[in-house]
Design a protein. Structure first.
Length: 560
């Protein structure tokens, strides 16, 4: 069903939502609007910018985006290239905060277009601002998109350094750090680069005596340390950032830092501390009437789950759903439903999990959010599979797949993981009905779909599942070819867990073919990757595979 506070764009969007204020340029444009030698159009543009940044500061993202878009048009009409660039940056930040992949893609497209204009006019500072915005807009992309984000952030850093614009260089370094941590635990070298960038940003912020940017740099260092050094180190940097936010009397960022600290304390098994941090964050967000309240509620919920206090976890989620329904907050209702589903699954109360998923699906339909409908349909299908309602699971799965095909552009990419989950559920349903051929036919259809939309991870997942099904059908050689292709693709995509799964499957295939030496080799490689991503179950399975095949190899070589 998914958790909260994972690394990657989820955290970066949370940071944008939490910090508010954009680049904190309202005062500059407020003073500019009061100038004597300024046109009415420019004055209007400045006023719109101030309004947009104010809306961003209180997490009113749709209105912030609307005002920022109007400000872009007005600044452009007034011939103010600096204002145009600043307003476009604001529109990217508002789009990030909104959580809409479609809006973010559109904001990124506008930033690319403005970048070309700034380059044509040899406006280096405007160019650097657009490069930072592009890096921020592309943070969640894979493959070439992420490479472009890294390149953009580095170019912006170089321009800031060359032009002696330390504040701009700090912005670029923090954007670079965000891109590097986007893969989370899958990319420790990237996290090390993020830590270096964030540390440089902190030094520059100290030179500027900019307490806010120093705090943001410390937070970025904490996010990187959580991946490449230790969670204890992350908490230490977060504590330093917290001191700054207390000094600045910034309640939103104080709450956000508490939220992240709750996540890391939870991962360390310090459940009581995690619950305390989460409850403190929740109290602040409720006082601020912030949409981040639901994130804090999830943190409280997760802390209760970790303590195996399912009763309190259920009370938190059920009360949240009731209150959000009374307030008409439909998106928050969906989040509360996912908490209830997670709790019921953990309690093995699958009937009630299905009921909560159906309630969540109803709210998603009321929202008109097709991407979320797909996600909830996948959950409904999985619950029906768990209840052995195989025919119903397949019908629900087909409904989800048909809806997926209607999604375009960024919304289609947003449900990539849902497609993989759905493929697995439907294939399992066919297999449990005694029809592995139908499962293979479905997976082949999905494989062609992933190829068509150039979804590397989806394609790798479909290849691996095809391999497992071919093995079930007794075609070990075909299965081996498919698993090898899957392993290569997962490696290209930087998906260490997926690559480990493929290597483990290869080990099982070699074991079945009595190629024990190759099985041991695959098992050792898979185990190393599982250890890297801290997936204990996979590591234990590989240890068993290695020991069993080592014994058989010893017998085989002794016979020679």
């Amino acid at each position: 069903v998914g958790g909260w506070g994972s690394h990657g764009l989820t955290v970066y969007k949370m940071l944008i939502k939490a910090r508010g204020g954009g680049d904190f340029l309202s005062e500059h444009y407020r003073q500019a609007a009061c100038g004597i030698a300024i046109s009415d159009t420019a004055r209007e543009a400045c006023a719109l910018f101030v309004e947009a940044e104010d809306h961003l500061g209180v997490e009113e993202f749709p209105e912030a985006l609307r005002k920022a878009t109007l400000a872009v048009d007005s600044f452009r009409a007034a011939g103010d290239s600096r204002g145009t660039a600043d307003a476009l940056r604001l529109s990217v930040l508002a789009s990030l905060g909104s959580g809409s992949a479609h809006l973010l893609a559109e904001a990124g497209r506008l930033a690319w277009a403005e970048l070309e204009r700034r380059r044509a006019e040899k406006d280096k500072l405007g160019e650097a601002k657009m490069l930072v915005s592009i890096a921020e807009a592309c943070t969640d992309l894979e493959g070439r998109g992420r490479a472009e984000a890294v390149t953009a952030a580095k170019e912006a850093c170089a321009i800031g350094k060359h032009e002696g614009e330390k504040r701009l260089e700090v912005m670029a370094l923090l954007a670079l750090a965000s891109v590097h941590v986007a893969k989370g635990s899958r990319d420790k070298p990237g996290a090390e680069q993020a830590l270096q960038a964030a540390s440089e940003a902190r030094e520059l912020a100290q030179d500027l005596d900019d307490r806010r940017k120093e705090a943001e740099s410390l937070h970025a260092m904490a996010e990187a340390k959580a991946i490449c050094t230790s969670l204890e180190d992350a908490l230490e940097s977060a504590d330093e950032a917290m001191d700054f936010y207390l000094e600045l009397k910034d309640k939103r960022m104080e709450a956000f830092e508490l939220l992240r600290m709750a996540s890391w304390n939870l991962a360390l098994g310090q459940h009581a501390r995690a619950l305390s941090d989460a409850e403190d964050a929740l109290e602040i967000y409720q006082m601020l009437q912030s949409p981040m309240e639901v994130d804090a509620l999830r943190a409280v919920f997760q802390a209760h789950l970790a303590r195996s206090d399912l009763r309190k976890a259920r009370l938190v989620a059920a009360e949240a759903f009731r209150r959000f329904r009374e307030q008409g907050k439909k998106e928050a209702q969906v989040q509360a439903c996912t908490m209830l589903i997670e709790m019921y699954v953990k309690a093995d109360r699958i009937d009630e999990a299905l009921s909560s998923a159906q309630q969540g699906l109803k709210v998603c339909k009321e929202l008109g959010d097709q991407a979320r409908q797909v996600s909830m349909l996948v959950v409904v299908a999985r619950m029906r599979f768990r209840l052995a309602q195989l025919s119903k699971a397949l019908v629900t799965g087909r409904d989800a797949f048909d809806l997926m095909l209607q999604l375009k552009g960024s919304d289609g990419k947003a449900v990539s993981k849902d497609k993989v989950d759905l493929m697995q559920v439907m294939a399992d349903s066919h297999v449990n009905q005694g029809d592995p051929e139908a499962a293979l036919e479905l997976v082949t259809e999905m494989k062609e779909h992933f190829q068509q939309i150039e979804d590397g991870q989806g394609l790798a997942s479909s290849l691996l599942l095809s391999s497992i099904l071919q093995l079930r059908l007794g075609k070990a050689d075909v299965a081996t070819q498919l698993a090898n292709r899957a392993q290569s693709l997962f490696n290209e995509e930087g998906d260490m867990k997926g690559e480990a799964d493929a290597l483990k499957t290869l080990g099982e295939l070699y074991w079945k073919k009595s190629e024990f030496k190759a099985a041991v080799r695959m098992g050792e490689r898979a185990r190393a990757l599982y250890r890297e991503v801290e997936f204990t179950d996979g590591e234990l399975a590989c240890m068993y595979m290695i020991s069993e095949n080592a014994v058989r190899l010893s017998v085989q070589e002794g016979a020679k």
